[in-house]
Design a protein around this ligand. Structure first.
Ligand code: NDP
Length: 450
């Protein structure tokens, strides 16, 4: 039998790659993991983790404003961006060290550098070659910027985490997850924020009620949203930028950020030469076993552009390793994946949107509630919450839950377990609420609205 340097060679130390490497090592496989940039990948360095820290930072002004209603006198407050960035960097460095320690402890070899796949069993990193029985590509994605005049002036979410100073005003192109999250963060930190989105609503693919509510609430909070237009060109004008829009108008701003999707990181490391199948969006094509058309090469996570979420990449990593090295592999179930958007107000959702449910089932009941959270009674903050439940009348099964308002991501994570367990509306109705909470509304929805 052919002897390889490694049983598994993982390229990319993001969420999916690291989980696969640690688990395979734990099963006694000799593992190497190559990373060219930073341990932890997008999520730890320029994604979920620093974004959530910024999300917290952006909420303090509202809390200070709310405090008086509860009897507090808050002194003058100022915000220091440099200090937030330094503290965030320290936390990310701690997480990177944790990732490194875990990999070392599991017995995996961490190799720093850019990997090239030379053939189905050979990887080179900085000129040194390694043979491997199997290769796993988990290289994630990278922000996509359309080709427009002035493209060189654009920053992406990657850059936003390291800005030297906070701009006074910003234009954000796009209407997806990253655009609405960053718009909410920057507005919360006092930046005059404009979203410029080619569509007529934010967050394509989300439930229409949630999309409408988010657009209304962001606008009410003071974010300018320009729908149905796109940026045509950007010109540098001294310290500022002149941004020409497709609708013929021109806007001046300090910074232009693009959040127009992400492209799979599948090029420039040898896959083309090997004839690895890619789709039209450059995603690596894999079968249900995460195997590419070269049988010893596997791929998972954002580079396969299926469900681009950290917990999904982690689940895929675990499933793949279990498939390869154990007899008990639980396939990833891609139905009812809960997701959250850390906008302001935040969103949590699981299951089908109303539109998708109506396509799939002839008899849908919709339950909805819109209310002012209790905290607003004294805070003076004009916050609102919307909750929506989608039920198949004939089976009573709850097939979708959507929430926008304070704590929505935390609440929906718990609800997702019920949805995955196939809970009926009757099960929700017979669950005793926790009073007083917002979440209890999900077990006290009585009236069908449509
Ligand atoms: P999204 O796919 O969510 O949104 C992209 C946005 O850009 C859409 O509004 C889209 O418009 C618009 N767009 C795309 N191409 C162009 C173009 N050429 N010109 C103008 N507008 C364009 O991508 P994001 O970059 O926001 O995020 C990438 C992915 O990262 C997400 O899909 C998600 O999977 C993941 N993510 C998850 C988070 C979470 O779980 N909280 C947070 C952040 C990211 P249209 O709708 O018309 O197509």
């Amino acid at each position: 039998m052919m002897q390889y340097d490694y049983g598994l060679f993982v390229i990319g130390a993001g969420s999916g790659g690291v989980r696969a490497a640690n688990m395979a090592s734990g099963y006694g496989v000799k593992v190497a993991i190559a990373e060219q940039r930073y341990l932890g990948g997008t999520c730890v360095n320029v994604g979920c983790v620093p974004k959530k820290l910024f999300f917290y930072a952006a909420q303090f002004q509202d809390q200070f404003d709310a405090a008086a209603g509860f009897g507090w006198t808050v002194g003058e407050s100022t915000f220091n961006w440099t200090s937030l960035i330094a503290n965030k960097n320290r936390e990310i460095a701690r997480l990177q060290a944790l990732y490194n320690n875990r990999l070392q402890q599991s017995g995996a070899t961490v190799i720093t550098g850019r990997a090239q796949v030379l053939d189905g069993h050979t990887v080179a990193v900085d000129g040194k070659q390694y043979s491997a029985e199997r290769i796993l590509i988990a290289t994630g994605g990278w922000p996509f910027i359309p080709d427009i005049p002035g493209k060189q002036h654009i920053v992406t979410s990657n850059d936003m985490f390291f800005l030297d100073q906070l701009p006074k005003q910003i234009i954000i192109a796009g209407g997806g997850y990253i655009a609405v999250e960053f718009a909410s963060i920057l507005h919360g930190l006092g930046v005059n924020t404009t979203i410029c989105h080619r569509g007529h609503k934010l967050l394509s693919g989300f439930d229409e009620d949630i999309r409408d509510f988010l657009g209304e609430e962001m606008t009410r909070k003071g974010i300018t949203i320009r729908f149905n237009t796109d940026i045509e060109a950007i010109e540098s004008k001294g310290e500022a930028f002149a941004v020409q829009l497709m609708d013929g108008s021109e806007v001046s701003t300090d910074l232009v950020m693009y959040a127009t999707g992400r492209t799979p990181n599948s090029s420039g490391f040898g896959l083309e030469k090997l004839g690895i199948g890619l789709d039209n969006e450059q995603a690596i094509k894999v079968n249900s076993d995460y195997q590419t058309n070269v049988p010893s090469i596997y791929a998972l996570g954002d580079v396969t552009n299926r469900v681009n979420l950290t917990p999904v990449a982690i689940a895929e990593g675990m499933t793949l390793v279990n498939k390869l090295y154990t007899i008990h592999a639980q396939p990833v179930d891609y139905d009812n994946i809960p997701t959250a958007v850390f906008s302001q107000p935040a969103i949590g959702t699981v299951g089908l949107t109303e539109a998708k449910a109506r396509e799939k089932f002839p008899d849908i009941d919709i339950y909805k509630t819109r209310f002012t959270p209790m905290k607003s009674a004294l805070s003076g903050l004009d916050e609102k919450t919307l909750m929506k439940m989608i039920v198949v009348r004939s089976t009573d099964q709850v097939v979708g839950l959507h929430m926008i308002g304070p704590d929505a991501p935390e609440i929906i994570q718990g609800m997702a377990v019920a949805i995955r367990a196939g809970a009926t509306k009757a099960v929700f109705d017979s669950t005793i609420g926790i009073h007083p909470t917002a979440a209890e509304e999900f077990v006290t929805l009585r009236n069908v609205v449509t």
